[in-house]
Design a protein around this ligand. Structure first.
Ligand code: ZN
Length: 243
């Protein structure tokens, strides 16, 4: 089975639509979302509504929890906090109720799914091999898919050492059975790896591969909406840089 794994949509509806269209052409059997549906972007309600009926599994992320008032937004920087406060006022009752039901950690077809990290599914950032290695030691899993950093990457642990592999579009990586794996699927709505295109991953459970996909979307349209809604300038400026 092939699944499209999305994360960190961050209320960017144009990026989400582009990704869904691309995934439908890839003959996927289902969709998973690793959290942060909202926060930063201009269309929080619409993004949740678009995704909720499609998802086999959805996780809640730290920005979703902050928008629900369940995580203190003072933990965020000033701009992120402004966006969270704006988002809180936008969420409809049904969207709020849907997000309230989600967990930050689930298992699906033998995969561990977390928003942030296996040992701290809500807030820890796995940006380097040391943190990845700490997580390989701290939790039992064969393959874990995660988001949160907005940077796609593949960490593999051979029982002794942790290896780091970049993910490139069009170059599926095999999840070797004698290794353990931590795969970051990147961000749909606010990529931060220097490539402004929306990112997501296709997992093929039969072939045991993960493949990064990058999708163009109308960035200027989203920036114009964010500006019109009064969201902080640095949050929309960064979309064109992918930083
Ligand atoms: Zn995020």
């Amino acid at each position: 089975m092939r699944y499209a794994v999305l994360s960190d949509v961050h209320a960017n509806l144009e990026a989400l639509e582009a990704v869904l269209q691309d995934a439908q052409q890839q003959a996927v059997a289902g969709f998973l979302c690793l959290g942060d549906f909202v926060g930063y972007g201009p269309d929080p309600d619409a993004c949740v509504e678009r995704l909720r009926c499609l998802l086999s599994v959805g996780l809640v992320g730290n920005h979703d929890l902050a928008a629900l008032g369940r995580l203190d937004a003072r933990r965020f920087n000033l701009f992120a906090r402004a966006a969270v406060e704006w988002t809180q006022a936008q969420l409809s009752g049904p969207v709020r109720a849907y997000l309230e039901r989600l967990q930050p950690r689930e298992t699906f077809e033998g995969f561990l799914l977390v928003h942030a990290s296996p040992r701290d599914p809500v807030e820890e950032y796995i940006l380097d091999w040391e943190t990845a290695e700490d997580n390989f030691r701290a939790a039992e899993f064969q393959v874990c898919l995660f988001g949160h950093t907005h940077v796609p990457v593949h960490f593999a642990h051979d029982g002794v050492r942790t290896h780091v592999f970049p993910l490139f579009p069009g170059a599926p990586r095999r999840l070797k059975p004698n290794f353990r794996h931590l795969v970051n699927v990147g961000s749909v709505g606010q990529p931060r790896d220097g490539d402004p295109r929306a990112a997501y991953v296709i997992v093929d459970t039969q072939a045991a591969t993960v493949e990064l996909r990058r999708v163009e979307y109308p960035i200027e349209a989203v920036q114009a909406k964010m500006q019109a809604r009064g969201l902080p300038r640095p949050l929309w400026e960064r979309l064109s840089e992918g930083r």
